[in-house]
Design a protein around this ligand. Structure first.
Ligand SMILES: C[S@@+](CC[C@H](N)C(=O)[O-])C[C@H]1O[C@@H](n2cnc3c(N)ncnc32)[C@H](O)[C@@H]1O
Length: 259
């Protein structure tokens, strides 16, 4: 994605902050524990924290978390949902923390929005020696037949390569960390996936997909047509046609350790 388009997508979430908080999933606790396993201490920065989905999981795990988020509307939602968490305005390219002040930097569905050429050295600056950088992505399990079919119907704006089990590994490790220019200062990337799921109805799954960046920046007519196609598909499938179901998901984690 070219620079201007990426900036537009990266800043698209605030307009849908309330829907985002209501409809996006949280993260599998086992995935967050694995991300933090090699961290040298308990201080964690949730970077690009949004409305606090990952922050909430971190709080529940009892770690010492500070959140940073550049979008004022997202930050307002986070502060409303988690009033006891220290939540700061700030971006990955200008992190509002002192040098060596955290043991891990985690980014939930956010690392791909960072300009890693600038953000990589900035993340290295705030990490203590041996600190962890981990990206987490909630992906749909497209080994399940109806999810694979939904992926076809939704198209790339609703469900992209980073959003499914089949392609997230290649879409993350290959493209984000090498850009840091810091590969020599971090160990080799490790990746793993952890089972997860989200209780949804057809209506709430449509609402979840509508909060994706590709959908938020789409011209209104195209957006309505895409959501209409997804709605019709969900109505046609026995798994999703009525009532609540579990959307089969995994939380994928990409982690590196500062040497
Ligand atoms: C898909 S949302 C994820 C929010 C949250 N981490 C979650 O798991 O729900 C992406 C977030 O990254 C933020 N973001 C975009 N560009 C950023 C940057 N350069 N630095 C830090 N955060 C950024 C957006 O404002 C948005 O809140």
């Amino acid at each position: 994605m070219e620079r201007d388009a990426r900036r537009l997508h990266a800043s698209s979430f605030g307009a849908a902050a309330v829907a985002y908080a209501e409809h996006r999933p949280d993260y599998a606790p086992a995935a967050v524990r694995w991300a933090l396993e090699p961290a040298p201490g308990p201080r964690v920065l949730d970077l690009g924290a949004g409305t606090g989905k990952l922050t909430g999981t971190l709080v529940a795990l009892g770690v010492d978390v500070v959140a940073a988020e550049p979008d004022p509307a997202m930050l307002t939602e986070l502060r409303r949902a988690l009033p006891d968490v220290r939540a700061l305005p700030g971006s990955a390219e200008a992190i509002p923390l002192p040098d060596a002040s955290v043991d891990a930097v985690l980014a939930g569905n956010a690392l791909h929005w960072f300009d890693m050429v600038v953000a990589g050295p900035e993340i290295a600056r705030v990490l203590a020696p041996g600190g962890i950088l981990a990206g987490l992505w909630n992906v749909m399990d497209n080994r399940v037949g109806w999810v694979a079919a939904l992926e076809q119907v939704g198209g790339g704006a609703a469900i992209g390569p980073r959003d499914t089990f089949g392609s997230w590994r290649a879409a993350t490790a290959g493209s984000h960390l090498p850009k840091t220019g810091l590969v020599a200062r971090f160990g080799s990337p490790e990746q793993d996936e952890f089972p997860h799921g989200q209780r949804r109805t057809a209506g709430s799954l449509v609402a979840t997909l509508a909060t994706r960046a590709g959908m938020l920046v789409m011209p209104e007519q195209e957006r309505a047509a895409t959501l209409g196609r997804i709605r019709a598909f969900l109505a046609s499938r026995p798994e999703t046609t009525s009532g609540e179901f579990t959307l089969p998901m995994l939380t994928g984690v990409l982690r590196v350790r500062q040497l």
